[in-house]
Design a protein around this ligand. Structure first.
Ligand code: AMP
Length: 268
């Protein structure tokens, strides 16, 4: 398969704090695609770079874990949802027809068709090759997407380090979604009760204003949960068969979940 076996991991998984006191990645290359370049060069780790896929139902807190993991492993969060949210902010004439279609699916909470998503990924292959590694959040979301990713990584001779699968009962997830707020500028994720910003509605990192995502409304949440159960949960089996899956309880504070993740990854 060309993947690491579970016992082959030699990378460092830090207990606390960012790897270096550097500003957050701007993720220009990922969010804009094509010829766009990130302003900051990758933070190349001392050991091997981490190449991680995050799995879990919408609202389980993948975005928050992604932020902590990226800060501490020095890698970059590659979220397909953020590409769509970024495109939503573009002027009408700047959006391609397929992006306009994709945003329609997104507003309803439905999955964007695989062909559109895979087109976006192919346009951003440079981010998968990045020497700083990557953390894929929200992709792959279907078995055809996972098969396509596997093929791309094989062609590029890139190996996944692990697939982190977060789990929590559905009622708890719905409570998390209703309190979630996102920064309009740097996309950092907060929760009004569990992870509030220092100043209400203002991002701690960049001072941007916080907003509630359109697809976090109750009617969209129901559609997203169904899409997860039907299309995304089969990926648990897909990655288990490849010896890459680590299942982690998403109960507790973001820091507790991070420490659980760290211990599990180190124990591999
Ligand atoms: P997320 O932020 O990952 O929850 O994504 C928000 C929305 O973007 C989803 O509800 C989908 O409409 C769309 N989306 C993001 N990633 C994908 C993907 N890999 N496949 C299909 N649709 C996606």
């Amino acid at each position: 398969m060309g993947y690491h076996t579970p016992m082959n991991l030699t990378q460092i998984f830090p207990e606390h704090g960012p790897v270096a006191n550097l500003p957050k990645h701007d993720r220009n290359a990922w969010l804009k695609g094509g010829g766009a370049l990130c302003e900051m060069p990758p933070r190349v780790p001392q050991g091997q770079a981490w190449r991680i896929v995050l799995l879990g139902a919408p609202g389980i807190g993948k975005g928050t874990q992604a932020e902590l993991l990226c800060e501490r492993l020095g890698t970059c969060q590659l979220s397909t949802g953020d590409i769509f949210r970024n495109a939503k902010c573009l002027q009408e004439h700047e959006q391609t027809p397929s992006m306009k279609d994709a945003l329609g699916f997104m507003r309803q909470g439905a999955l964007v068709p695989d062909t559109t998503v895979l087109g976006l990924i192919r346009d951003r292959l440079r981010c998968l090759r990045c020497s700083g590694g990557f953390l894929l959040d929200g992709f792959p979301r279907t078995v055809p997407q996972a098969e396509a990713l596997e093929k791309i990584l094989q062609e590029e001779n890139i190996q996944l380090s692990a697939v982190l699968n977060y789990e929590l009962p559905i009622e708890r997830i719905v409570a998390r979604i209703s309190g979630r707020r996102t920064c309009s500028k740097c996309k950092a994720v907060y929760h009004v009760a569990n992870r509030p910003p220092k100043v209400a509605d203002v991002c701690d990192h960049c001072g941007g204003s916080l907003f509630q995502r359109e697809d976090d409304r109750p009617e969209s949440v129901e559609v997203r949960m169904k899409a997860y159960a039907t299309s995304t949960s089969p990926l648990i089996n897909f990655y288990q068969q490849r010896g890459l899956l680590l299942t982690i309880s998403a109960d507790g504070s973001p820091e507790e979940i991070y420490q659980r993740t760290r211990l599990l990854a180190l124990g591999r």
